[in-house]
Design a protein around this ligand. Structure first.
Ligand SMILES: [Ca+2]
Ligand SMILES: [Ca+2]
Ligand SMILES: [Ca+2]
Length: 608
């Protein structure tokens, strides 16, 4: 998907009896409907997020492509123009009122995923070029990413499909879907052919010295695995797949034999059929060993996102699988659905309920929902809608983020984002930190019914002092907040355990060289240029920069040299005789003990 050409097909108007949402430019839109017991409003659109505005092609690419909540329940949004925005609702009226720009220049960000240490990982795609995974880091907490590091590069995204969404697995590895290069396995004239990594689920260890070296294929035969999610309890991976034959979308071909769309349970080494056996395996050649989807949808509907419904509003639908279908055709799709998934690893998984939660009133076949995320504090469901079709009237670009929630939940108080999330026995007194929604000044926290000293910090986050006595044995502590008017929040459980797994490692520093020079005998005696044939023993190399760690090495042409002195901002090293014997060019680099390497700078060795 995200091809620039979408066939425009007029669809018969649909009316579903339910809640109608008034929208701007009513004439151009079918009503949005939600299932009984749910409510919906527009959290963000062109009216409050200027990034979502624009006319023609510029407007067509302006919407949200991916979303993720950070641990504090703040919504981060990737846009078609390559920005990562933070959309905040500071007055808690359900509509975004503050837009911050976290990062720019992240081309076609199709996936956003936070790690528990606060790093934001993004899949990015150069237009018609390589796919990448980029790590964004805000080191000084000003809500602007000051480090953008490419973790994986050169993914085969120059064809019809790109590097899609990404998710951290329970084992800490980062999984992501890589789309196929072609529609059906055969390249069109002049277009890229399939490469080994096309049409796969991949994974990478982001903690490795060189993550790219750890790239592994998890599963194959996936045409365009776009939506993906790990089950919150059993840890199993589910992914969407979109079938071939996009040219026939909307019934444009009289004999449209395109395969269906799929949800797959992804297992290590699994083959999911593309391009020879899409849909349910049968007697076709090429179906041997192919795993069947756990659910199919009508052809061309284009599943775009998966999320498990969790949090304080999920209730009877807890852990139902939410899916968005991007297109509406034949009276189906263009909606958010919930699927009850039953089964286990041994017996496999099957869908036992498949119901609409929200239908977004699409007029074009393809300006539908692309991403779903659950607010980790309130449990509200956020769905982004993206309109890739170029319209002259900017109001016809439906770049909208909807907020969907249970009826009545907007008057409830919620707490979440509890830190620490687990305690060890006998760990002593602890300050609990958490985030509140509609938690008022003067609110107090109860732990197993006992009131704790409670205060709000300058970030608006809440703190409560848990006495040491709560950790003197293994137990589950129930945490609840109470507003001054007596209303109470949802309850959170906090486990006191015999042992607590270590947190992920703190972010690795990446060394950077800012200047360098060579000297002869004394530091003040700078050699510029350095002349070949000088006595190596009497020469020194000074490299200054930032984030050199305690065991950082100075590399000359890839070899670590003996150090004269070292600090976090300066390394002074010795040359080997062979390095300065003849004219040439030396590559200078710093490598930290974590394996992270700096930029490479050049030092010229001139002739005598
Ligand atoms: Ca607001
Ligand atoms: Ca920053
Ligand atoms: Ca398949």
């Amino acid at each position: 998907m995200f091809k620039l050409k979408f066939a425009l097909i007029t669809l018969a108007l649909f009316t579903l009896a339910s809640f109608n949402l008034p929208l701007k430019s009513e004439a151009q839109t079918r009503p949005v409907t939600v299932a009984p017991g749910f409510e919906i409003n527009q959290f963000a659109d062109a009216g409050n997020v200027s990034e979502f505005t624009g006319t023609g092609q510029a407007g067509a690419g302006a919407g949200a492509t991916a979303m993720a909540f950070d641990a504090r329940g703040r919504l981060f949004v990737g846009t078609g123009r390559g920005k990562i925005l933070i959309l905040l609702d500071t007055n808690e009226d359900g509509r975004c009122d503050t837009v911050k720009t976290f990062a720019t220049g992240v081309s076609i960000p199709l996936g956003l995923e936070f790690r528990s240490n606060g790093d934001l990982y993004v899949t990015s795609n150069l237009l018609g070029g390589a796919g990448r995974i980029i790590r964004l880091r805000d080191t000084n907490g000003d809500d602007v990413a000051d480090e953008q590091t490419i973790i994986v590069d050169g993914l085969p995204s120059e064809g019809d499909h790109q590097t899609n969404r990404l998710r951290f697995a329970p084992d800490g590895l980062l999984y992501f879907g890589q789309g196929s290069a072609t529609d059906n396995g055969t390249p069109k004239p002049g277009r890229p052919a399939e490469k080994p990594l096309n049409g796969t689920m991949l994974r990478v260890n982001v903690d490795a010295a060189n993550p790219q070296d750890t790239l592994e294929v998890v599963a194959t035969g996936l045409r365009n695995p776009f939506g993906m999610v790990f089950h919150p309890e059993n840890g199993e991976l589910f992914s969407t797949d979109g079938g071939s034959g996009e040219i026939c979308q909307g019934g444009a071909c009289p004999e449209d034999t395109s395969p269906p769309e799929e949800i797959n349970w992804i297992v290590q080494g699994g083959n999911y059929g593309y391009p020879n056996c899409e849909g349910t395996p049968d007697s076709r050649p090429g179906c041997a060993g192919v795993r069947a989807p756990v659910q199919q949808f009508s052809r061309h509907l284009t599943p775009t996102s998966l999320a498990f419904y969790t949090g304080p509003q999920a209730n009877e639908f807890t852990n139902h699988l939410l899916i968005t279908l991007f297109k509406r055709l034949f009276g189906e799709g263009g909606d958010l659905r919930r699927l009850k998934i039953e089964g286990d690893k041994t017996s496999g998984f099957r869908v036992t309920q498949n119901e609409m939660i929200a239908e977004f009133g699409l007029i074009d076949p393809g300006d539908g929902p692309v991403e779903t995320r659950i607010d980790p504090i309130s449990g509200d469901i956020y769905v982004a809608r993206f309109d890739p079709v170029s319209h002259r009237d900017p109001n016809e670009h439906h770049h909208i983020i909807y907020r969907i929630h249970r009826q009545g939940s907007d008057s409830q108080t919620f707490i979440g984002g509890l830190q620490p999330s687990m305690l060890a026995v006998n760990s002593g007194a602890t300050t609990l930190k958490f985030v509140g929604r509609r938690l008022r000044s003067g609110a107090v926290i109860f732990a197993d019914g006992i009131q704790l000293t409670t205060r709000q910090d300058s970030n608006g986050d809440w703190n409560a002092d848990l006495p040491a006595s709560f950790t003197n044995m293994q137990r589950t502590i129930m945490i609840q907040a109470q507003n001054p008017d007596g209303t109470r929040s949802n309850m959170l459980s906090l486990e006191v355990k015999g042992s607590v797994p270590p947190p992920p490692p703190p972010p690795d520093k990446v060394p950077q060289i800012t200047s360098h020079f060579a000297y002869f005998k004394k530091r003040a005696n700078v050699q510029n240029p350095l002349v070949a044939g000088l006595k190596a023993k009497k020469l020194g190399l000074v490299v200054t920069g930032i984030d050199f760690d305690a065991s950082a090495q100075l590399l000359i042409n890839g070899a670590a040299v003996e150090l004269i002195s070292a600090s976090t901002t300066e390394l002074v090293g010795k040359f080997a005789k062979s390095m300065v014997a003849a004219p040439g060019e030396l590559n200078i680099q710093v490598r930290n003990s974590t394996g992270k390497t700096s930029n490479v700078v050049k030092l010229i060795v001139a002739s005598q």
